[in-house]
Ligand binder design. Structure first.
Ligand code: ADP
Ligand code: MG
Length: 485
């Protein structure tokens, strides 16, 4: 399969031909420079075309669109600019959005329909009321497309919680309501809660699902009280099909919010709607939680998630790498799983670190790299490269003088070695763009950025030039290593 055949083309109704090549170049750059945000489904993103400096990219679901808008805007803009050499901005669209369409609320968290204006609150005016009404319009927290059942690794530590979550997603409001999942931090509670939302959204697109944190529930409640728009608040929370509230233990000591939540809970429960809650402890262990809430929380199914075993950790590492589009060698997975044994979030952090190190140094993800990431013996000692070493190597190779590099002279025989110096300094030292620009003839940071881009592009496109740069880098590393030894 060629790379381009993986990018779907369905553009019959569009005004512009999609710019596939630009998108493929961007994708290559994103994978090289921002591996941590890249996901395997980026290959399903559809480039709709370039119009007036805006490149429109279509994601295959609103959840994916939200992930792109929230996490990826800047890197995509940078990639579009570098790949095209033009000032392009990227706009992300969902599957049903048109060119001109504004960004609608994510259907994964459908906003319950509010009555136009409840009569009792007809006089709720003023900035506070408007702000509270605006807060009530929020479609809930954004769901992470990675948090699916498919990406959840099942082990003895979470089997029951996973099974219950799947049942709830299959038949909301019938089997276990409420479902209460508890466990300490980083063990997958939020992942399971969001997996329920994503699955219901997919299987029953018409359902209204509201996913949020207990803190957000509390803030919306307090704003609604202050603004005198409690009818609206109740309309919103008591008329959803599925209410999912993360970290409900923050209800501790919030008496008024507890009272309101009790009524919300009862209304949904009586209407046979689904409620899903998570907390860092069992219901009866939440400090200062009213007894009647404790018993409500225990009336459905309470289950826990425990720290993952070694085998589960290995599987999680493999799954997380696969989501990011690469295979983690088994010995590296074992190496990490032996060192991080409680919090799964840290396993993910370790993968991000490896990916970054691998991309900065252009090295494979192997045991040697993992050892350096964990600062353990056997890892490669990073050579310390000085700017002077770079200057020596470049002036030697190109036969120019350092005073030329630091001058304002612009002829090509000097401009190119100067750009190579800037590129090597940027890639191999910790100096900022401003410092590098200042050093080489008092230039500003945009000149350095331009130099880096020019050398990168030429390195990719011109084999002989590429060899020169690689040889210079080898020399730097050799001298750096000798200096640090
Ligand atoms: P919690 O809400 O319990 O603090 P999260 O749900 O935020 O924890 O999980 C932390 C990280 O660990 C997330 O990236 C999540 O995807 C991952 N994770 C936790 N459990 C699993 C699992 N069983 N399989 C795959 N990933 C998991
Ligand atoms: Mg959580």
């Amino acid at each position: 399969m060629t790379v381009s055949s993986r990018v779907p083309a369905r553009s019959s109704t569009l005004r512009l031909e999609p710019d596939h090549q630009l998108w493929l170049d961007m994708l290559a750059r994103l994978r090289a420079h921002h591996p941590d945000i890249c996901r395997h489904w980026f290959e399903d993103i559809e480039p709709l075309g370039l119009d007036g400096g805006v490149l429109r990219l279509r994601a295959h679901s609103p959840v994916h669109r939200d992930y792109l808008s929230r996490q990826c805007h800047q890197p995509f803009n940078d990639a579009a600019r570098t790949a095209s050499g033009n000032l392009i901005t990227v706009k992300f669209l969902g599957p049903d959005e048109d060119f001109a369409a504004a960004r609608p609320a994510s259907p994964a968290a459908v906003e319950p329909k509010l009555p136009a204006r409840p009569v009792a609150e007809a006089d709720a005016e003023g900035p506070a009321a408007r702000a509270a009404i605006e807060a009530l319009r929020s479609p809930g927290l954004v769901l992470n497309p990675d948090y699916t059942f498919e990406n959840f690794v099942i082990g003895p530590e979470n089997r029951m919680a996973h099974h219950a979550a799947v049942c709830v997603a299959d038949k909301p409001g019938t089997v276990y309501t409420p479902l209460f999942v508890h466990g300490s931090v980083g063990l997958g509670k939020t992942h399971l809660l969001q997996a329920i939302c994503l699955a219901i959204h997919q299987n029953k697109p018409g359902s209204s699902i509201y996913y949020t944190s207990c803190d957000d529930f509390m803030n919306q409640f307090l704003e609604a009280v202050q603004a005198g728009i409690m009818t609206r608040f109740r309309q919103k929370f008591r008329h959803v099909d599925v209410l999912v509230i993360d970290d409900i233990h923050t209800l501790a000591r919030r008496e008024r919010t507890q009272e309101e939540f009790f009524h919300t809970f009862n209304a949904l429960y009586q209407a046979r709607k689904q409620i899903v809650l998570s907390a860092d402890c069992k219901p009866e262990e939440i400090p200062h939680l009213e007894e009647r809430l404790v018993s409500r929380f225990m009336s459905g199914l309470v289950c826990d998630v425990q720290p993952p075993s070694y085998e589960t950790r290995i599987e999680i590492l493999k799954t997380k790498s696969r989501i990011r589009g690469f295979e983690l060698p088994p010995e590296v997975a074992r190496f990490i799983a032996e060192r991080i044994d409680s919090n799964i979030r840290e396993l993910e952090g370790a993968i991000s670190k490896l990916q970054m190190l691998a991309s900065v140094d252009r090295r494979p993800i192997d045991l040697e790299l993992a050892r350096s990431a964990f600062n353990e013996p056997g890892g490669r000692v990073e050579p310390k490269i000085q700017i002077q070493t770079i200057i020596d190597a470049v002036t030697d190779y190109y036969g120019v003088k350092v005073t030329d590099l630091q001058s304002k002279r612009r002829q090509r025989s000097i401009a190119l070695p100067r750009q190579v110096c800037m590129y090597l300094a940027r890639k191999n030292t910790r100096y900022s763009l401003e410092e590098i620009g200042g050093y080489f003839g008092g230039r500003d940071h945009t000149t350095v950025m331009h130099a880096v881009r020019t050398v990168e592009d030429r390195r990719a496109g011109d084999g002989d030039f590429g060899k020169v740069i690689t040889a210079l880098e080898e020399r730097l590393k050799g001298e750096g290593r000798a200096a640090s030894a």
